[in-house]
Design a protein around this ligand. Structure first.
Ligand code: SF4
Ligand code: SF4
Length: 346
């Protein structure tokens, strides 16, 4: 089976222990972080395994790319320390099983758009920005064949991901795509970060949706009319697996004349939407989640944001209504980009 490629020597030589000292949900200095990291490396119990909010951020904070979050999740599973209650885990694992027959696959031999498990949101991928892509995962009854499975990091189940992911990769590869644009950050992170970290081969080239949008907008530059909105961006947890792609957020905003407001919880300091935290076992998780969301939205308000830009369906579902109730319009990144070229948002 696939094994996480984690280099312990990097941690032994690490002075800053950024993975844990920068964690927004635990208070650890470098010395304490070193002690906890050594426990995790050697397979012992650690407070980190119990207190981790599964925000993915330490994957980004580690300056050596040593995959501390994947190791935390692996150890949680080995030691039976699950962040979520067991009934949620049992039910959640069943949700992602591919069923109802195989999808009909025809070879594309060109660029494709992978909606992953979000084929019901296909309406977001229309118009000039998407006209050069052939959409796969169009049938919502068979969308789980395209489900990257990375959600199970929140469930302490790398075993489930590793068992199912090769089949998903095989399905996508069968289209013979020249490149795969991933609608969801989580899919992009799966194929460019998680799979290589576990030695799972990915035979196709992955493109983040934001890179695609930026490139298409650049091609359509003549048609862009500045949107002139002050915007905040709700960065999803899975974006922590692809900080390279996160750079396209500001590049897109600059290109379409959106002002990215200056605020506290942005980029590496972004706050989790709370969609998983709310159900976690830790005492007071619900209250903690609500306070987190209030703090995040207050930060957007104070910064003068008129729109809150989402890319992750889970973030939108968790925070969209609350954002709107606070006088900030929630809108998808793809829709904002479509507005910039005179199209009507979905
Ligand atoms: S995972 Fe990265 S940041 Fe954390 S101790 Fe190891 S090398 Fe340092
Ligand atoms: S995933 Fe987030 S909460 Fe968990 S240890 Fe890493 S930074 Fe902290």
């Amino acid at each position: 089976m696939f094994e996480l490629q984690f280099d312990e020597s990097k941690c032994h030589a690490c002075v800053t222990r950024d993975c844990l000292t920068r964690c927004q949900y635990m208070d650890l200095d470098a010395q304490a972080a070193g002690i906890e990291m050594e426990k995790i490396i050697s397979g012992q119990d650690s407070r980190v395994l119990h207190e981790c909010r599964t925000c993915y951020a330490c994957e980004e904070y580690c300056p050596t790319g040593n995959h501390p979050f994947y190791l935390i999740v692996k150890r949680q599973e080995e030691l039976g320390i699950t962040p979520l209650p067991d009934p949620i885990i049992r039910q959640g694992i069943q949700v992602g099983v591919p069923f109802r027959g195989d999808p009909e696959i025809t070879e594309i031999n060109g660029p494709v758009l992978n909606m992953g498990v979000f084929s019901p949101l296909a309406r977001l991928a229309q118009g000039k920005l998407f006209e050069d892509l052939t959409r796969i995962s169009t049938d919502s009854r068979k969308m789980h064949h395209f489900f990257c499975q990375l959600m199970y990091l929140h469930f302490a189940r790398t075993s489930v991901i590793n068992q199912r992911l090769p089949g998903v990769i095989e399905t996508i590869s069968a289209y013979k795509p020249t490149e795969v644009v991933h609608f969801h950050d989580e899919c992009y992170g799966t194929y460019t970060s998680y799979a290589p970290a576990f030695g799972i081969e990915v035979p196709f080239r992955s493109i983040h949706l934001f890179e695609h949008l930026y490139n298409r907008l650049t091609e359509l530059r003549e048609e862009i009319r500045p949107v002139n909105y002050k915007v905040a961006y709700q960065r999803p947890c899975s974006s922590r697996l692809s900080p390279d792609a996160h750079a396209y957020v500001d590049k897109i905003f600059d290109l379409i004349g959106a002002e990215h407001v200056s605020r506290r919880y942005v980029d590496e300091n972004a706050l989790c939407c709370g969609s998983t935290i709310v159900s976690q076992k830790q005492e007071g998780s619900r209250r903690f989640c609500l306070e987190l969301q209030e703090e995040n939205i207050e930060d957007m308000k104070q910064a003068g944001a008129e729109l809150c830009i989402f890319n992750c369906p889970a973030c939108m579902q968790t925070m969209g209504k609350q954002v709107a109730e606070n006088g900030i319009m929630p809108i998808w990144m793809s829709d904002l980009c479509r507005m910039a070229i005179g199209e009507t948002p979905a």
